[in-house]
Design a protein around this ligand. Structure first.
Ligand code: GTB
Length: 217
């Protein structure tokens, strides 16, 4: 059976591959698993049918037979556990790759997402401009630590893994990319991820959805 994921009918990111269906698409492409996409209009995201799949009314979701999942990180772990290509076979190396998945989602993503919160949800507040350097400072501290660990390596721990996929996906968000640009090894790490054929296929697929929505509007 072909798994089905959900994505925005018209993503607010303008087709830049920043919404969270993107890393799931990328994971499918890395392992060579075909997938279907069901587009969810804004009006349906908080309706009971979608809330039954995603309790917070968000995308992405994943359905495969009787299994329904939400949370992009969990979906990617599920894909990586069922297909070769995103997690090492060696148990210790596999455990370390999973550490990097959690590091991306739990340690690096939160500081980067604060940049978007400040811009889109708090940009009109009187204190918003004062807060920005604090947010940038926290992103810079975190990315310097990541940069120090990556060093001259190609990927975070041996071969490319789901840990790299999630980390690069997080670093691509505007607040991450801007500050990663100050750290040449991180900037090159992002570029290596974006140069992967699987990344490019996933990117083109989500862009095609955005362009179709824009054309029909
Ligand atoms: N923890 C969940 C996961 O990883 O699956 C978070 C899912 C999530 O935040 N989904 C967002 C959503 O559905 C879309 S991706 N939001 C609707 C809502 O909460 O009501 C977040 C996103 C949206 C837009 C951009 N952008 O424009 O750059 C970037 C990221």
């Amino acid at each position: 059976m072909t798994p089905t994921i959900t994505a925005f009918e018209k993503s607010p990111d303008g087709g830049r591959g920043l919404a969270r269906d993107f890393p799931v698409r990328w994971a499918f492409e890395e392992v060579g698993q075909p997938y279907d996409v069901r587009l969810v209009p804004w009006a349906e995201m908080k309706q009971p049918a979608h809330l039954a799949l995603q309790p917070f009314g968000q995308i992405p979701t994943y359905e495969d037979g009787d299994l329904a999942m939400f949370e992009s990180g969990a979906i990617i772990l599920h894909i990586a556990e069922r297909h070769a290509g995103l997690l090492p076979q060696d148990p210790d190396a596999r455990a370390r790759a999973i550490c990097w998945m959690f590091a991306a989602k739990c340690t690096v993503e939160p500081v980067i997402v604060e940049n978007e919160v400040a811009k889109f949800l708090e940009g009109d507040k009187s204190w918003s401009a004062e807060r920005k350097p604090l947010i940038d400072g926290r992103i810079r501290d975190r990315l310097r630590q990541l940069s120090a660990r990556l060093g001259d390596a190609e990927w975070l721990d041996g071969a490319f893994s789901a840990g790299d996929l999630l980390m690069i996906n997080v670093l691509r968000r505007p607040g991450g990319r801007a500050i990663a640009g100050e750290l040449p090894n991180l900037a090159a790490y992002i570029s290596r991820g974006e140069a992967r054929p699987a990344f490019k296929r996933a990117f083109e697929a989500q862009l095609a959805v955005f362009e179709a929505a824009t054309t029909s509007a």
